[in-house]
Design a protein around this ligand. Structure first.
Ligand code: GLU
Ligand code: ZN
Length: 302
């Protein structure tokens, strides 16, 4: 556990659309962790993949955080302004012999992944470990987690969810089109921004082990990780547009107050007994991480 004076976390929105209730719920937990620890929050814009960036999305996401009272102390810091730094760290890994060129196409990877044991996340088969399968193609760069391609990254203890096993599969750090990949950027940013606790959605819990292996390879100390259960739609899948109007702005436009949205978020997390409107400072006073529960919650109609 990080002590009060040094606690640092971040919001890390991808500006590819509107802020929805799931993002707001994760941001609320990050805010509560930081504000109860007397720590700081960094606003990081994860615009790593320019083709996915939607004009106006960053501004609307920042406005929605502000409207909810989920303030921050530093930033916004944009990943698109840090490509030189990612290149530098990739070079450092290369110098340590920890990256290798991979020339598998998406189709080849899918075919190899289809043979993954049922129910397990498809794992890169290590095809290019010794030498690239097609040296004539322009390569992606993969991180060698260990000596062999099926080496697992370290297990860890999630702050909320307890012990988690390590996962295998050498991740791509730089794509064949030259863009940097998320596992590299997020580790470099969390390190450089001195993040002590990563608060983020459950969908990234399986990627964490590989990121920990990157910290180790770089000789960097690891932050703690707290994965917040996702908001699920009524059908049990991750909340998305097809479930209807689930953007924070949809509720605002329908006349909801920030307190009413916060009240629903708090109730859905298990932090309040009902979904009555509540202000952020009351939530902060009552915050008890042990009450956070997972499970599907049906978003209210705006
Ligand atoms: N940018 C990711 C998202 O919007 C979050 C990544 C992270 O928190 O590490 O879902
Ligand atoms: Zn390959």
């Amino acid at each position: 556990m990080s002590d009060a004076s040094t606690y640092r976390t971040r919001y890390a929105p991808t500006p590819s659309g509107a802020m929805h209730l799931g993002h707001a719920r994760t941001a609320l937990v990050a805010w509560l962790r930081a504000r109860t620890a007397g720590g700081r929050v960094v606003m990081r814009i994860e615009d790593l993949d320019p083709p996915r960036v939607k004009p106006g999305s960053e501004a609307s996401i920042l406005r929605d955080h502000e409207w909810l009272g989920l303030d921050w102390d530093e930033g916004p810091i944009r990943q698109s302004e840090r490509f030189d730094r990612y290149a530098e760290v990739l070079d450092a890994l290369r110098a340590r012999g920890r990256v290798y060129p991979c020339t598998c196409t998406r189709k080849e990877l899918q075919e190899a992944a289809a043979q993954a044991p049922h129910g397990e996340e498809p794992v890169y088969a290590g095809t290019c470990r010794a030498h690239p399968s097609h040296p004539d193609r322009s390569p992606a760069w993969r991180f060698a987690i260990g000596e062999t391609f099926d080496t697992r990254g370290p297990g860890f203890v999630d702050v909320l969810q307890g012990p988690r096993p390590g996962t295998a599969g050498d991740p791509i750090l730089r794509r064949s089109d030259g863009l940097f990949a998320y596992p590299l950027a997020v580790v470099v940013d969390d390190h450089d921004q001195a993040i002590t606790e990563v608060v983020r959605g459950d969908d990234l819990i399986a990627a964490t082990s590989k990121q920990l292996a990157l910290y180790d390879a770089l000789g960097w100390s690891r932050p703690d990780f707290l994965h917040v259960p996702l908001v699920l739609g009524p059908d049990g899948t991750r909340l998305a547009k097809r479930h209807g109007a689930v953007g924070v702005a949809d509720y605002r436009d329908a006349g909801w107050s920030p307190e009413r949205v916060l009240g629903w978020l708090a109730w859905s997390l298990g932090l309040a007994d009902d979904d009555a409107p509540i202000d952020r400072d009351t939530l902060r006073e009552r915050f008890d991480l042990a009450r956070v529960r997972s499970g599907a919650v049906t978003p209210p109609s705006p």
